[in-house]
Write a protein that binds this ligand. Structure first.
Ligand code: ADP
Ligand code: MG
Length: 707
C-alpha cells in the first residue's frame, strides 16, 4: 500500500501502485481519511438506517461518490456479514468487478480473494472466508440457478443498474419474486441520476436515497462541422490540449468505442506528439514527450494494465483512452478534459431476420452527458464533443435503449427456462423485450434442440444451460462428445472465449502476419485456433515460443485455464472427452452443428451471402480461408461485426449436406410444421407459428440454394 502525490491537487491520494521508487507506506488513518472524504461516507449512518428499515433501497449518487467501494464496507461494518452471511455486489463489467474488489481489499487491508473477492466468468477469486463478493451480473444470475434462495447472502447490491444490461434486467425480475420468499434479504439498487424512478416503481415504490454530491460546471464544445474520422479528431484535440495547457490543469479522458480505435488513438497521439517535439527546437516549452502517460482501457486488457488508470503520475499528464467503462463504472480522478467521439459499440439484434451483431452506434444524449460529467468532478472542466450540436439534438436518442430490447435472448431464455420459468412471457421484465424477439429466440432454441415442441427444455437444453457459454458453443461441445472430437472442440471453444490470440504490433505488421499465416488451416479459422493451441501445447506452453510466433501469451494461458474449467463441467456431467486425432472433417462437421443458422454461400469471387437472409457479408481480412486460393462455396461463421462493412469473423468451410443435416430449417420442414401445432408458449401460439411459416418459406427456397 503506497501513497503517491497527486500533481493536480495537494491532497494526498491512495493508489495501488507497487512501484517501489516512490512508494511510501500509507497508514490506516490515511486510508480512513480518504474514505471519510467521500460523499457516501458523510451520509453513512442515515444510509444504513434506511437500509435497515426497508427491504429494497435505490441509492442514487454521482459517479465517484463512493457507492461501489463504500456500500459493501458499510454493510460489513454494520454486521451484515455476521452469522456466515455475505454481501454480494454485481457489476455490469468484468473489469469493474476486478478493479473495485482490489480497491476494497486494499482499503480493508486484506488479501484480495480472502475477505474481499471477486468472481467473473471463468475466474473465481473468492474463498470460504469471503464476506464481500464483487461479481458480474451474469455470475449472480448463474448463482441463482444453483441456489434459488441465494441463502448465502444477507444483502445484494445491484450496482450500476442504470446501465440496464441484459443480466441486470433479468436479475431485477428474479428479485421481484425472490424478495417475497426471503423477507430477510436486502436489495440495494444503485444508479446514476437517470432512471432511478423506474427502479423504485418496479419494486413497489421503494425509497430512494440520494447521496448529496457536488459537481462542477462543464463547458461543452461541439464541432462546427461533422468529423469524418473521430480517431484523428480526438488525437488532434488531445494534442492541442496537452500542448496549450499546463499539465497541472488536469488529465484528459477520451471516449472511444473499442480496442481497435482505442489502440489507434493511443498510437496516433504518441506519434503526433513525438512529431511536434522533434520538429520544434527543444527549448522554451514546458511539455516534453515523456510528460504524458497514455493509458488504454478496454475489457480484454489484463487487470494490471487497467490498474494504471488509478496510478498517480508524478508530474505527468494522464491521457486515458477508454470505452464506455469510464462513463460510470470506473472513476478516474483528476480529469479536466473529456473528448467524446459520440459512438459506442452496441449489440444489435434484428429479430425480423434473426441476426445478432456488434455495431458502432451513436450514443444517447444521456450517455453524452454522463461522459461530459467526468470532466467536472474535481473542478470546472471542458468536454469536447466530436459531433455537431445539431446531430446531438437530432440524431441521438434521449436514453440508451436497454440491452434487453436490442439483443438476441436465446441465452437468457435458456437460463430462465432452466431456472423454472416456463412461461417467459409472464416474467416480470422491468422493460419487456419485444414479443417478436422472444418468439425468434424461442424458435432458435427449438431449432438447435434445446426446447421441445411444447417449449420445455430438452435434455440437451438442460445440459447446454450448465455451461457458461452461448448456446451455439455449448451445443457444439455436447455434439462433439457424441461424434468423438470433444478434445478438439473443447480447445476451440476455449480459444473463442478469450481476447485476440494473435499479436499484431503496428511496426511489425508484415512479420506478424507472416507468423500468423504459418498457423493457417485453410478450411477453417476455428481449426486455425486449434492448431495454434496444439502447437503451443507441443512446445510445453512456452512463453518464448509465443513471443517468437507473435502470439499473446496471456490470452493462450487464459484459454488453457478456461479449457480446464470447461472440461471439469464435462466430467461432472459425465460427458466423455474424446479425440478424433487428425480427422479434422469430424471437427468441422461438429462446428457446423452449432452454427447451422449462421451459414453463408459464396457469391462471386470473394463475397458471401447469408443463407437465411440474403445479406451480403465480407470475410474478415485476417481469415485463414484467404490462405487457400479459392474460397470455399459454403461456410459458417462465429460472429458478425458491423462497421463500415459487414464482416464475418472466425469462419469454417462446411459441406452443404451438413447444413441440411443440422439446419433443421432446411431439413424435413413439412414434418416440423405439423408438430408445431402443439408448440405452446403459454400465450396464444400463433406468434411462433407465424414465425415457423415464415422460416419455411425461406427454407423451401433456400433448400434449393443449398443443394
Ligand atoms: P461510485 O461507485 O459512486 O461511482 P466509487 O466507489 O467507484 O464511486 O469511487 C470512489 C472513489 O474511489 C473515487 O474517487 C475513485 O477514483 C476511487 N477509486 C476507486 N477505485 C480505485 C482504485 N482501484 N484505485 C484508486 N482509487 C480508486
Ligand atoms: Mg460505482
Amino acid at each position: 500500500n503506497v501513497l503517491g502525490v497527486n500533481h493536480s491537487e495537494a491532497k494526498p491520494q491512495l493508489q495501488s501502485d507497487k512501484d517501489p521508487k516512490n512508494a511510501i507506506k500509507v497508514t490506516r488513518e490515511e486510508i480512513l481519511a480518504s474514505r471519510k472524504s467521500l460523499p457516501a461516507y458523510r451520509v453513512r449512518s442515515q444510509l444504513l438506517q434506511v437500509i435497515r428499515d426497508n427491504q429494497v433501497v435505490v441509492v442514487i449518487g454521482e459517479t465517484g461518490s463512493g457507492k461501489t467501494t463504500q456500500l459493501g464496507q458499510f454493510l460489513y461494518e454494520d454486521g451484515f456479514c455476521d452469522d456466515g452471511f455475505m454481501v454480494g455486489c454485481t457489476q455490469p463489467r468484468r473489469v469493474a468487478a476486478m478493479s473495485v474488489a482490489a480497491r476494497v481489499a486494499m482499503e480493508m487491508d486484506v488479501q484480495l480473494g480472502d475477505k474481499v473477492g471477486y468472481s467473473i466468468r471463468f475466474e473465481d477469486k473468492t474463498s470460504p472466508a469471503t464476506k464481500i463478493k464483487f461479481m458480474t451480473d451474469g455470475i449472480l444470475l448463474r448463482e441463482t440457478l444453483l441456489d434459488k434462495m441465494l441463502d448465502k447472502y444477507s444483502c445484494i447490491i445491484i450496482d450500476e443498474a442504470h446501465e440496464r444490461t441484459l443480466n441486470t434486467d433479468v436479475l431485477l425480475g428474479i428479485f421481484k419474486e425472490l424478495l417475497s420468499r426471503r423477507r430477510d434479504l436486502k436489495l440495494i439498487i444503485t444508479s446514476a441520476t437517470m432512471n432511478a424512478n423506474k427502479f423504485s416503481q418496479f419494486f413497489g415504490d421503494a425509497p430512494q436515497f440520494t447521496i448529496p454530491g457536488r459537481t462542477f460546471p462543464v463547458e461543452i464544445i461541439y464541432t462546427r462541422h461533422p468529423v469524418s474520422d473521430y480517431v484523428e479528431s480526438a488525437v488532434t484535440q488531445a494534442a492541442k490540449i496537452h500542448l496549450s495547457t499546463p499539465i497541472s490543469s488536469g488529465d484528459i479522458l477520451i471516449f472511444m468505442t473499442g480496442q481497435e480505435d482505442i489502440e489507434a488513438t493511443c498510437s496516433g497521439l504518441r506519434e503526433k506528439l513525438l512529431d511536434v517535439y522533434t520538429k520544434k527546437n527543444s527549448h522554451n516549452d514546458n511539455n516534453e514527450p515523456n510528460d504524458i502517460e497514455i493509458i488504454p482501457i478496454y475489457s480484454s486488457l489484463p487487470a494490471d494494465v487497467q490498474n494504471k488508470i488509478f496510478m498517480l503520475m508524478n508530474g505527468k499528464r494522464k491521457v486515458v483512452v477508454a470505452t464506455n467503462i469510464a462513463e460510470t463504472s470506473l472513476t478516474v480522478d483528476g480529469v479536466k478534459y473529456v473528448i467524446d467521439c459520440g459512438y459506442a459499440k452496441l449489440k444489435v439484434y434484428n429479430p425480423q431476420i434473426g441476426l445478432d451483431s456488434l455495431r458502432i452506434t451513436p450514443i444517447s444524449f444521456a450517455s453524452a452527458n454522463q461522459r461530459s460529467g467526468r470532466a467536472g468532478r474535481t473542478g470546472p472542466g471542458v468536454a469536447y464533443r466530436l459531433y455537431t450540436e445539431d446531430s446531438a439534438y437530432e440524431d441521438m436518442y434521449l436514453e440508451t435503449i436497454p440491452e434487453i430490447q436490442r439483443t438476441n435472448l436465446s441465452n437468457t431464455l435458456l437460463l430462465l427456462k432452466s431456472f423454472g420459468v416456463d412461461d417467459v412471457m409472464k416474467f416480470p421484465f422491468i422493460d419487456p423485450p419485444p414479443r417478436k424477439t422472444i418468439m425468434t429466440s424461442l424458435f432458435e432454441l427449438w431449432t438447435i434442440g434445446a426446447l421441445d415442441n411444447l417449449g420445455f427444455l430438452t435434455k440437451l437444453g438442460t445440459l447446454m444451460a450448465s455451461f457458461p457459454l452461448q448456446p451455439s458453443l455449448s451445443k457444439i461441445l455436447l455434439i462433439s462428445a457424441q461424434s468423438g472430437c470433444s478434445e478438439e472442440i473443447l480447445t476451440i471453444v476455449a480459444m473463442l472465449s478469450v481476447p485476440q490470440v494473435f499479436y499484431r504490433p503496428k511496426e511489425r505488421k508484415e512479420e506478424s502476419d507472416q507468423a500468423r499465416s504459418r498457423f493457417f488451416v485453410p478450411e477453417s479459422d476455428h481449426l486455425t485456433l486449434l492448431n495454434v493451441y496444439s502447437q503451443w501445447k507441443a512446445n510445453a506452453y512456452s512463453f518464448h515460443w509465443c513471443r517468437r510466433n507473435f502470439l499473446q501469451y496471456k490470452s493462450l494461458q487464459r484459454a488453457h485455464d478456461i479449457r480446464r474449467q470447461l472440461s471439469r463441467v464435462m466430467v461432472k456431467k459425465n460427458i466423455p472427452i474424446l479425440s478424433s486425432g487428425s480427422d479434422w472433417d469430424t471437427v468441422r462437421k461438429c462446428i457446423c452443428s452449432g452454427y447451422a443458422q449462421q451459414a453463408a454461400k459464396l457469391s462471386g469471387l470473394s463475397k458471401y451471402v447469408h443463407l437465411k437472409t440474403g445479406m451480403e457479408l465480407q470475410l474478415h481480412p485476417t481469415s485463414a480461408l484467404f490462405g487457400a486460393g479459392d474460397l470455399p462455396p459454403y461456410i459458417v461463421y462465429h460472429e458478425l461485426l458491423l462497421t463500415s462493412k459487414e464482416y464475418i469473423n472466425v469462419v469454417t468451410s462446411v459441406d452443404p449436406f451438413w447444413l441440411v443435416e443440422y439446419g433443421i430449417l432446411f431439413y424435413n420442414v413439412k414434418r416440423r410444421v405439423e408438430e408445431t401445432d402443439e408448440f405452446d408458449v403459454d400465450q396464444p401460439s400463433h406468434g411462433i407459428k407465424d414465425k415457423l411459416d415464415l422460416q419455411i418459406d425461406a427454407c423451401n427456397t433456400r433448400k434449393k440454394d443449398v443443394l
